[in-house]
Design a binder for this molecule. Sequence first.
Ligand SMILES: Cc1cc2nc3c(=O)[nH]c(=O)nc-3n(C[C@H](O)[C@H](O)[C@H](O)COP(=O)(O)O)c2cc1C
Length: 338
Amino acid sequence: MYHPALKTPLCDMLGIEYPILQAGMGFVARGPLAGAVSAAGGLGCIGAGTMTPKELAAEIAIVRGMTDKPFAVDLLFATAGGKSAQMFSSDTQALIEVVFNEKVPVLVSGLGDPGPIVPECHAAGMKVLSLTGSTRNAVRLAASGVDAVIAQGYDGGGHTGSVGTMTLLPSVMDAVDIPVLAAGGLADGRGLAASLAFGAIGVWMGTRFIATPEAWGHDNYKNRIVEIGDSDTIRTKCFSGKPCRMISNDTTKAWETPEMQARLKPFPHQTRNVIEWLGADPYMAGRRDGQTDIGALAAGQSSALIHEVKPAGDIVRDIMAEATRALERLSGKAAMAR
Ligand SMILES: Cc1cc2nc3c(=O)[nH]c(=O)nc-3n(C[C@H](O)[C@H](O)[C@H](O)COP(=O)(O)O)c2cc1C
């Protein structure tokens, strides 16, 4: 029996049992992971930003073959800053079409502002959540009509802003009047309980769900997350041109020198630049081939809290049980033991 405080408004909003969302992660979060998390009562999410429309449709079919519970798709809405939906790139437009055709229950924007399509999403019965790394951007997203924002702090894996989760979360909550979820540096039930204490309605966790059999990626990547501690990731521009938290390795170290910093190109041109320098695609080298010494391995500081690769459904249940213990401790119903 889980603590009643864990039944949050997010559960009603999305039609899920537990306020745990598995983050959309490029390459890593595909149908098998999203399906496992949703089947366990959380909300699984397909990280579709780098997929083709055909690939996305196939991953959605995998989720639907595993569960009839709600799930999400995460897209990147980078635009030229325009106000019309036509301003999204043709690749993004094609993915949006799949999301509508497939009647995906929840759309998440990992980057940019989905504002132009929010009314259409709502008319189709879809909920829209948006990631933000700053309070100013959260205000902009709230004005675009999204249903909730996900405040992702500096600690998180992948592209991050410069504000830590402990400050960003309450700051965003003070600035917007829509619900807020917490992300970045959260990997267990203590993080969920703390997020709810801040006033968040749920959590969005990425790195914790990489270390699962269901995540797409080489075992070396997953095992490296289990091995490393809190100082073994770095926020680097070396793979994409934008600050991105990755596992520190020979490639990230090489690009820290002043000479290499001078060679950095802006997003998205740095990707081609680093491929030419390395003589290989670092994303494939790391995630697909397991070359942890040179590859691009996004992971958060929360790697320090991850001690084993385990099934995604067990993670959801363990987080709920641990959050229950944490909340009972706070309300004096359990001994103060850790
Ligand atoms: C491997 C990896 C890939 C990611 N790719 C995306 C992405 O495509 N879209 C997105 O919205 N966020 C992406 N993120 C960020 C996550 O959505 C999430 O905000 C982050 O993982 C939260 O921090 P945590 O890793 O400490 O849980 C990625 C994160 C990781 C670790």
